[in-house]
Design a protein around this ligand. Structure first.
Ligand code: NAP
Length: 485
């Protein structure tokens, strides 16, 4: 059995930021457990054609690790290169245990330690446990009638089948979220015919991408210039929150109208225009940034199936639509998203008195600053409940959480305490505030269903405010909200 001061679960940006912050407070006795055979999180896993970030890369990067990006919205391969660069520079490779698939974590009250069981790497003990396994890591394939009878090939966008040759094939893609919107234009020119099954259209805005010239990349190498660009992008994106929460008119004029114009500019057929126009307010679901999706949908070798023409069942040959049309295909790609709403942590977490996180979240997921829960001492959840952000970089929010985690651990160590735990009252007050504020946001009143909502109807993925407000709250560590033993 191996014991560490801290164990981090997940080697993506969350895990890397956690490692950096632990070292900042003098803790180098930590281990990162990674279930995959390689280091890196969502961007290493999501290798589907067209995968690219939808937040400007100078902002969608670790604040302490600038990078001379080749384009404003980096593609997946460059994000993987960036991850490798960070791992090498921060000498993290030796800190990662690969193929360590966590099965369960349990609090040992007598020893005041977390006991972490993995499938094949044995058991680990840690004083502090930082879960950075990511909210979008458990892919979902809906249980369509007859799903298993299909004789062709199927896969989820999260596990792209790179061995399958798409050229000339009849392919169906199910879903119209951010993943589908990137896959469709990337594979449409290659396949024989592409059937897109869109249950609900998403709002789409043009993607203001640009490839950086060599001299611009050289400028990005200057830390001050990088920071200035990052700051400018940050404030430009932060303004979007005004629309999401404070101004329905602003949201309509500055986002929904441009999205409507984008449809009209790119699709000439009124039937197609109607088919891709959502009936909910923009921002309620994640806004898609794409200048290539609509032209791809208009291609002669692409058929768009909408809700009226949706999936009745899957059979041996393909998909039977609700209109009774048989669509024969060679492959089905599921772009059907993730179990993100009620399953932020995919393995059992057993806290004090045998209470599990699943029990604590029976009504809906909740945590103080999206990070800590009473009854689960020394446990920190990165990208936990209500830490999602629809308008800016998720990495900014991860690093805000690190401000809290770092201060919480440092103050526990300074006191010579064995445990830190948020009080029930502090968590209840915080969660009460979150859901009062949430009522003002488009995610609550926008009239859509999305992975932002839990089965209870509460919006549990998003933080209902400016990202700088969240960061300020994380920075203002309040000892009185915690119990130390
Ligand atoms: P998603 O946004 O949850 O989309 C899932 C899609 O599958 C939706 O169109 C959904 O339709 C459809 N679907 C689910 N169950 C279905 C069923 N039973 N029948 C028919 N259709 C069904 O998932 P995602 O596209 O993978 O994106 C998830 C999140 O990942 C994004 O919101 C974003 O935060 C992140 N992401 C980011 C990027 C990027 O940065 N570039 C790229 C990909 C993903 P309904 O809408 O009708 O439910």
């Amino acid at each position: 059995m191996q014991q560490y001061t801290a164990i981090i679960i997940g080697s993506g940006f969350g895990g890397q930021a956690a490692a950096h912050n632990l070292r900042q407070i003098g803790i180098d006795d930590f281990l990162i457990l990674e279930r995959r055979p390689w280091i890196g999180g969502t961007w290493s896993q999501n290798s589907y054609p067209g995968a690219a970030v939808d937040v400007q890369s100078p902002l969608y990067s670790l604040s302490f690790e600038p990078y001379p990006w080749s384009q404003m919205f980096a593609e997946q391969h460059e994000l993987v290169e960036y991850t490798k660069y960070c791992i090498k520079k921060h000498k993290l490779a030796d800190k990662v245990r690969l193929n360590a698939d966590v099965q369960q974590v349990q609090w040992d009250e007598a020893r005041k330690l977390w006991v972490i069981d993995t499938a094949t790497q044995g058991q680990f003990l840690a004083k502090y446990l930082i879960n950075a396994s990511g909210p979008l890591s458990t892919p979902v394939i809906p249980n369509f009638k007859g799903r298993d009878t299909f004789q062709g090939t199927t896969w989820h966008t999260n596990n792209w089948n790179h061995d399958y040759k798409l050229a000339g094939k009849r392919v169906a893609i199910i879903g119209s979220g951010a993943s589908a919107a990137q896959v469709i234009p990337a594979i449409a020119p290659e396949v024989g015919h592409l059937h897109v099954f869109q249950r609900t259209p998403h709002w789409v805005l043009p993607r203001p991408d640009r490839v950086f010239k060599p001299w611009q990349r050289a400028l990005l190498g200057n830390k001050l210039i990088y920071k200035a660009l990052r700051t400018a992008i940050y404030w430009e994106l932060e303004l979007r929150m005004l629309g999401f929460k404070y101004s329905k008119l602003g949201l309509h004029l500055l986002a929904q109208r441009p999205a409507e114009r984008h449809i009209k500019a790119q699709l000439k057929d009124p039937k197609m225009q109607a088919a891709v126009t959502p009936d909910f307010t923009i921002g309620c679901k994640r806004i898609i940034l794409s200048s290539t999706l609509y032209p791809a949908l208009a291609r002669p070798n692409v058929s768009l199936h909408t809700k009226d023409d949706g999936i009745a069942e899957i059979n041996e040959r393909g998909i039977l639509t609700t209109k009774g049309e048989q669509v024969d295909v060679d492959a089905i790609v599921y772009a059907t998203g993730y179990d993100a709403t009620d399953g932020v942590i995919s393995y059992p977490v057993i806290g004090q008195g045998g209470t599990t996180v699943a029990q604590y979240w029976a009504e809906y997921p909740r945590a103080y600053l999206g990070t800590m829960m009473p009854g689960f001492p020394n446990l920190f959840v990165v990208t936990g409940p209500n830490t999602g952000i629809g308008h800016t970089s998720a990495i900014f929010v991860i690093e805000a959480q690190m401000e809290y985690i770092r201060r919480a651990i440092a103050s526990t160590e300074k006191k010579g305490a064995k445990t830190i735990e948020v009080t029930t009252q502090a968590e209840a007050d915080y969660t009460g505030m979150i859901h009062r504020e949430m009522k003002k946001t488009v995610w609550h009143w926008g009239g859509c269903n999305s992975w932002y909502k839990s089965k209870s109807g509460h919006v549990i993925a998003m933080f209902p405010g400016f990202s700088f407000t969240f960061r300020q709250m994380c920075k203002g560590f309040k000892p009185a909200h915690h119990r130390f033993t």
